[in-house]
Design a protein around this ligand. Structure first.
Ligand code: ATP
Ligand code: MG
Length: 715
């Protein structure tokens, strides 16, 4: 029996694998340190907590956290099953597990606080309470909507999402309904309702949730804390399970998560945290960087390691990031006049130089979008894959215009996170539109043709006003309410654009276009340009990053008013800039129609003041411009026409004219006068890419010019 098992090839293979793993342990402990800088190495070999790694963006914090686990396992300082790594997103947790598994380190737990809490609750709850864990409420909206409708007066129209966010803020800060009014005053927090009213609303929500026998995401954490702290057996079991803790992105931890971490630790201190105070971007949800900055006060024995070198971005990208940091610090110091200024912090580059960030203001949002698509094409020609490019937005309401622009340009894209056409208010608005479909078509038969152009946008605007209470020109208060408003207005703008292109467009045509776009959005290209919010971009990196719409009202967002909120907005810009490895694009538009609700004049984000050299070039895009008179000298009319076209085209694409065609190529075309695409292809300097992009325009110019100047005989 024993012999048979020993000869079993799979068992043998496993034994060999184990022997191989053992051999690897000693060999690769050193190898694990080879590609680290001295500060990173110090952090990695400090396998015993408490350890706090304080460092700026792209300095390798996440790499160090992962490597430290591998190193501790390799040196047998800890067993895989003892380890719990807390990440900020599920995706980061999966990546961490995969990376360790790829290095032969299986069995390590990496979860978000929520995922870890849920696992423990599922395990212990039935045992302690002798019944199943209540179901987890995926969204508070269903419970809040009826409560919101019974709020007094104008408060009835507040977005449910804003009310939910406020309850989440309070719960994350461990503030119960009874303590809410004092809590907001103490923390100088501005809620969507007067404190007493909000406290009552919060209490009613808790009652409704209890009655429904449900728990929400914050309860999951709070109940886990209570379970551990209120039951010695549970505490002993949980604490025996995990003995070695690491937390990534620690600057965005909230009091509830910290309480859970403390409950897990139970007074022990084998904890390593990493974070960057300057990347704190979730304080609006109740998070605080105080736990990071106060780490050494809580753990006087803690080893503090600072990582100085940035391994992600070019000196050009970091130069800009450092200026944002310095400006933020100056603003903070001004606010905290009298108290000690924070030490200066700079990201020190290690990579070679790259291109300067592309910084440009545009006349309109359409021109900005055209500039972005042109730049994306140019990067793709340089062999940067679409998946290694990202466009960051402040709010999801900015997405549809970008999606439409990329879609029209044939550029594959992928939306990360919440999709526009999946938003509840967009789906509701589309249901309202669908309900209009039949009556409109029936009536349209009798309508005069002149009435048709206005029919679609006006009908939709009327219906949205009546059914959804969304008035195009009345922008409501509250983050979510504004976003909801902007989303509905975006649909109206889509209807207007369709009606402008084809005055005969009806509701059915509108819905068909929406369906087409929603399908493009949800299918997403596997290797497409990533579209996502700054908040979701945390911890990630791309070769090329686009930060459009850097305008007051968007970044900083309109509702950010007090200095603390503005400081957080500036940190978002810092996070955005530091996502780029090599190519960085910052832009704004002076006039914007999409996603603001109204055609409006915009001004460049105040965060760019003093940051970028003035004056900044304004790019005017006038594609149908009359060809300029050039000092033609003895050039042929065709050469002049081609040069004029090149000037306009280069402007429209925001590239230097020689990028379109070199002088020599222009002269060669003028000389050979190609009448067909294959003829044009044979002209030196006209490759397949240029043929594809400009071919038809060139052939048309040649034909038109020769027709107008028939006497300019053949060369
Ligand atoms: P963020 O603050 O954005 O979360 P981070 O500090 O966690 O950034 P990482 O994501 O770990 O930084 O690393 C940034 C980039 O630098 C990654 O591509 C990583 O592989 C690379 N990197 C980190 N350390 C080194 C090193 N010593 N040598 C070469 N590349 C490195
Ligand atoms: Mg990181």
């Amino acid at each position: 029996m024993t012999l048979r098992t020993a000869r079993n090839p799979s068992v043998e293979a496993r034994c060999n694998a184990r022997r191989y793993d053992r051999a690897m342990l000693t060999i690769d402990a050193d190898a694990l340190l080879a590609d680290l800088d001295p500060a990173q190495r110090e952090a990695v070999i400090t396998v015993r907590g408490p350890l706090c790694i304080l460092a700026g963006a792209g300095t390798g914090k996440t790499r160090v956290i992962t490597r430290r686990v591998a190193y501790a396992l390799a040196t047998e300082a800890v067993r895989p099953s003892d380890v719990l790594v807390v990440t900020f997103t599920d995706k980061a947790a999966t990546e961490m597990r995969d990376r360790l598994a790829a290095a032969g380190r299986r069995g390590v737990s990496a979860f978000t606080f929520h995922a870890a809490a849920l696992r423990q609750l599922r395990h212990f709850w039935p045992r302690i309470h002798d019944r199943d864990l209540p179901s987890v409420l995926s969204s508070k909206a269903s419970l809040l909507a009826p409560l919101a409708r019974s709020l007094p007066g104008g408060y009835r129209y507040l977005a449910v999402r804003d009310l939910a966010a406020e309850i989440e803020w309070a719960k994350a800060r461990r503030i119960a309904p009874a303590g809410y009014a004092d809590g907001v005053i103490g923390q100088r927090h501005d809620g969507p309702l007067p404190p007493d009213l909000m406290a009552r609303f919060y209490r009613d929500y808790e009652t409704a949730r209890d009655r429904a026998g449900l728990i929400d995401f914050e309860d999951m954490l709070a109940m886990t804390v209570e379970l551990i702290e209120g039951n010695e057996a549970v505490a002993a079991e949980v604490r025996a399970r995990y003995r070695w803790f690491s937390v990534d992105e620690y600057q965005d931890t909230n009091p509830l998560q910290q309480a859970l971490l403390d409950a897990w630790l139970g007074g022990r201190d084998d904890l390593a945290v990493v974070g960057d105070e300057d990347q704190t971007i979730y304080t609006f949800t109740g998070a605080t960087s105080d736990y990071l900055t106060g780490f050494s006060a809580r753990y006087p024995d803690a080893r503090i390691v600072r990582l100085e070198s940035n391994f992600r971005s070019t000196p050009q990208v970091l130069g800009l990031a450092n200026r944002v940091l310095a400006a933020g610090r100056a603003a903070d110091d001004e606010r905290a006049a009298g108290t000690a200024a924070r030490p200066e912090k700079r990201l020190v580059p290690t990579l070679d130089g790259g291109p300067s960030p592309h910084i440009a203001g545009f006349d309109t949002d359409d021109a900005e979008l055209a500039g972005i698509t042109t730049a994306i094409r140019a990067l793709a020609r340089d062999n940067i894959t679409h998946g290694d490019m990202a466009i960051l937005v402040r709010t999801n309401a900015q997405l549809p215009a970008l999606e439409a622009g990329l879609g029209a340009a044939g550029i594959p894209f992928h939306v990360r996170g919440e999709r526009f056409f999946a938003r509840p208010e967009v789906r509701r608005a589309l249901r309202v539109a669908a309900a209009l479909d039949r009556p409109l078509d029936a009536r349209r038969v009798a309508e005069s043709s002149e009435a048709v152009p206005d029919a679609l946008p006006a009908r939709l605007a009327g219906a949205f006003e009546q059914e959804l209470g969304v008035h195009r020109d009345t922008v409501p208060d509250g983050d979510a309410a504004r976003e909801r408003h902007a989303a509905v207005v975006t649909l109206l703008e889509l209807a207007e654009a369709l009606a402008a292109a084809d005055p005969g467009t009806d509701v059915a045509g509108f819905l068909a276009e929406v369906e087409r776009r929603a399908a493009a959005e949800s299918s997403g290209a596997i290797n497409g340009v990533e579209l996502l919010t700054y908040h979701r971009a945390k911890g990630l990196e791309w070769e090329a990053v686009f930060l459009p719409a850097l305008e007051d009202g968007t970044l900083p967002i309109r509702q950010a008013s007090d200095p603390g909120e503005l400081a957080e907005e500036r940190r978002l810009l810092y996070v955005g800039i530091t996502r780029a490895r090599r190519h960085l694009w910052l832009s704004w538009a002076r006039r914007r129609t999409a996603s603001t609700g109204r055609e409006g004049r915009r001004s460049r984000s105040r965060f760019l003041d003093g940051l970028i050299p003035a004056p900044v070039r304004t790019v005017r895009v006038v594609p149908s411009e009359t060809p300029q008179r050039l000092a033609a000298g003895d050039r042929s009319p065709l050469s002049n026409a081609l040069r004029a076209w090149r000037t306009a085209r280069a402007r429209a694409d925001q590239v230097a004219p020689f990028i379109v065609f070199h002088d020599s190529t222009i002269e060669a075309i003028a000389d050979r006068r190609p009448a067909t695409m294959p003829e044009l292809r044979r002209v030196p300097g006209v490759g397949p890419m240029k043929l594809d992009r400009y071919g038809e325009e060139i052939i048309a110019i040649v034909a038109r010019t020769l027709e107008a100047t028939p006497d300019d005989g053949p060369h």
